[in-house]
Design a protein around this ligand. Structure first.
Ligand SMILES: [Zn+2]
Length: 393
């Protein structure tokens, strides 16, 4: 018999949604585009200040190579045992500094609009705030809690990946408060893997009128590959391909000696991803006297719906019912840092942020009514011993 859930878990209606919304908006007002590590530091300063005087270990990792910094907050009071629960979010956004001036935060009914609020300041704030409140109240959780914030997710987690993998490897389970896209309460239990490639063809230039047949067209070469790569979408069911950019040539009367494309690949599972990566890297020039160079590979491994993921998801649904929350699940083509954790075989649950819409779009917003339910869910997942047992036992 599993222990029943603790009957003193605070219900969503006991959370002060107005104060939480104010905290979220405060984070949104720190503009944090991925290419401004200096601005990302200011938000991290603000976060660290909010933990002043609390029994939390703070580790700050400065930004490097033009990428934003990272922050690790760790709470391990006496009595909290075993591997930590890891909450992992990003604080960088796709919005340039100055966007707020043009599109300030505004309410419209249940919606709160703001650049980066949905992806994913709201979720990262709620995860961080859950830890802050637990530590401030002196609650001893069943296991230690780690909150990790990175500043380069939107540009591929280039400098943070190693830290993400180190923390995930040490964690009991990983919670990712990326936005929830569908009906309120929809969690993410799988994401596709993401690969990127650049194909560059080099041929021989010539005069289109004078000596056309001495030329070797790099554009023709690249066009053949475009058609083949796009055609994979007709037969492959576990992966998709998009030729997203094409560059080449100089003038209409010059046989082009250069052309290049960028290709995006999404794959449902590792076997499919590896098969297509090998095929892509093995591409060779089709035309005479042409060279073809292929670079790229997997940026994020697939986040597969493993048994460990399902167990964590089901325990969360059951906990949700205790709190009066209707939860559901979905899969996404877009990636997150959860992909790295899931590839290590860890139980990962994603989409724990607020519901809303418009990631990377002008209509980006969250639903105010989903703030308190998510806050209650985080609090319960981190403090309920029975939940921990169900999720991992
Ligand atoms: Zn995101």
């Amino acid at each position: 018999m599993l222990a029943p859930f603790e009957n003193n878990l605070p219900k969503p209606e006991t959370f002060d949604a107005e104060a939480l919304a104010a905290g979220i908006i405060r984070w949104v007002e720190f503009e944090t585009p991925s290419d401004r590590p200096d601005l990302i530091e200011l938000l991290l300063d603000h976060v660290v200040e909010s933990f002043a005087g609390l029994p939390i270990t703070v580790e700050r990792i400065p930004g490097r190579n033009g990428c934003g910094g990272q922050l690790v907050l760790h709470y391990a009071p006496a009595g909290a045992v075993g591997a930590p629960a890891l909450l992992m979010g990003h604080i960088d956004t796709v919005w340039d500094a100055g966007t707020l001036e043009k599109r300030p935060v505004r309410y419209e009914g249940d919606r709160i609009y703001g650049p980066g609020i949905f992806d994913m300041k709201a979720g990262s704030f709620l995860a961080t705030e859950a830890l802050r409140r637990i530590a401030a109240a002196g609650i001893v959780p069943p296991r230690p809690i780690t909150v990790y914030l990175n500043g380069d997710e939107e540009i591929g987690s280039i400098t943070s990946r190693a830290k993400i993998e180190e923390l995930a490897a040490a964690a009991a389970f990983v919670l990712v408060p990326e936005p929830s896209f569908e009906a309120p309460g929809t969690l993410i239990t799988a994401r596709k893997g993401w690969g990127r490639f650049r194909l560059t063809a080099r041929g021989v230039s010539a005069h289109a009128g004078g000596n056309l047949f001495d030329g070797r067209s790099a554009i023709l070469e690249i066009a053949r590959h475009i058609v083949e790569i796009e055609a994979l979408n007709e037969t492959e069911t576990a992966a998709t391909f998009n030729v997203g950019t094409v560059n080449g040539g100089t003038r209409a009367n010059v046989v082009p000696d250069f052309a290049a494309i960028d290709v995006d690949m999404r794959a449902n599972d590792m076997e499919t991803a590896e098969r297509h990566i090998a095929a892509m890297l093995a591409r060779t020039a089709k035309g005479k006297d042409i060279t073809l160079e292929v670079e790229g590979g997997l940026n994020r491994p697939p986040f597969q719906r493993s048994g460990a993921v399902v167990k964590l998801y089901e325990a969360t649904c059951e906990l949700g019912r205790e709190l009066g929350l209707e939860l559901g699940e979905t899969t996404r083509g877009g990636v997150s840092d959860g992909n790295f954790a899931a590839a290590l075989g860890k139980p990962v649950l994603d989409g724990l942020g607020c519901n809303g819409a418009g990631a990377h779009a002008l209509h980006e917003h969250i639903l105010f009514s989903t703030i308190a339910p998510r806050a209650a869910l985080f609090h319960a997942m981190l403090t309920s011993a029975a939940f921990n047992e169900r999720a991992l036992g």
